[in-house]
Ligand binder design. Sequence first.
Ligand code: EPU
Length: 334
Amino acid sequence: MIKANVSLKAYNTFSIEASAKRFAKFTSILELRQVLNLRNEESLLVLGGGSNILLTKDFDGLVIRNQIAGIEIIEETNDYVLIKSGSGIVWHEFVIWCIDHNFGGIENLSLIPGSVGASPMQNIGAYGVEIKDLFEKLEAVNIETGELHEFNHSDCLFGYRESVFKRKLKDQYIIVSVTFRLTKKHIVNRNYGAINDELEKQNISTPTIKDISNAIISIRSSKLPDPSKIGNAGSFFKNPVVHKSILERIQKDYENVPNYPANDKIKLAAGWLIEKAGWKGKTYDNYGVHKNQALVLVNYSDCTGKDIYDLSSKIIEDVSNKFGLVLEREVNII
Ligand code: EPU
């Protein structure tokens, strides 16, 4: 069940070469418990889609890869449906399954890399929708005891790219299923500017959820590199949420700085800040900053995790010198 010295290159979307001292896959709660029982006094790394990690060195412990499958309708009325998904399912495949069954609310989250199980960990979001808007509950196995626990919405303490699983309960649970509440009478969310532009381009005035999904797939494909071709982990940094005074200071030099209200603070676009600091498209031998979206760092071929990490440190330092704010990494550094 457990293999020794396994390459993790195929298991991280950055395509970074690093090895796991011990490695196992699990396809059910039973198998997960068996693997956990075989764990020594060693560190543990749980991989879903591997789309939000940067491996900066070989992993001197046990890596377990989640492959729990299965999608099931657990409740259905005229208005809504509760769908339970195994946590190892690829996120976009789940989105497409829902859209094919005409279940809505999830279409704006099309083409986000990663697995269903990772989605609540960091409350994934795009184009005006976050997982917290459709989340019903999840089940997770406690790593120490092997017991199965259920977490409802409020237990998860969702925030911007945040949940309790990244904070207080970090490294304590493995998510095995997630249940979503989806609509059967749809309210499409097209408020995010780029969606409307794309729909207009395609001459669609009353879009279906499938139209919205297709529009988002084409926006994302045009701006974000496909990890199967160019190694990357989506947004490398979080968008900084800052006090209004920082925005006002930046506006003195850049009147049109993109900004969005976030409670009593302001969310700035990290991609914009990085671009204005001169990093967009900057390329070293085999890695760099993506040319269409400065928030995304890329591995063109066989760079190391340390290359990417050091590049991110330089960007953080430079943005801090230029704009007086410190960017936070969104990707988990291993
Ligand atoms: N911008 C630039 N230069 C850039 C990138 C962006 O000037 O290189 C500007 C854009 O013109 C726009 C603003 O920054 O005015 C925001 O850009 P965009 O709409 O592309 O979104 P983002 O804030 O950069 C966030 C998410 C993405 C998500 C998009 C769309 C984070 C950290 N990232 O990016 O999520 O797809 O919104 O909703 O919140 C991910 O998390 O991996 C991810 C890709």
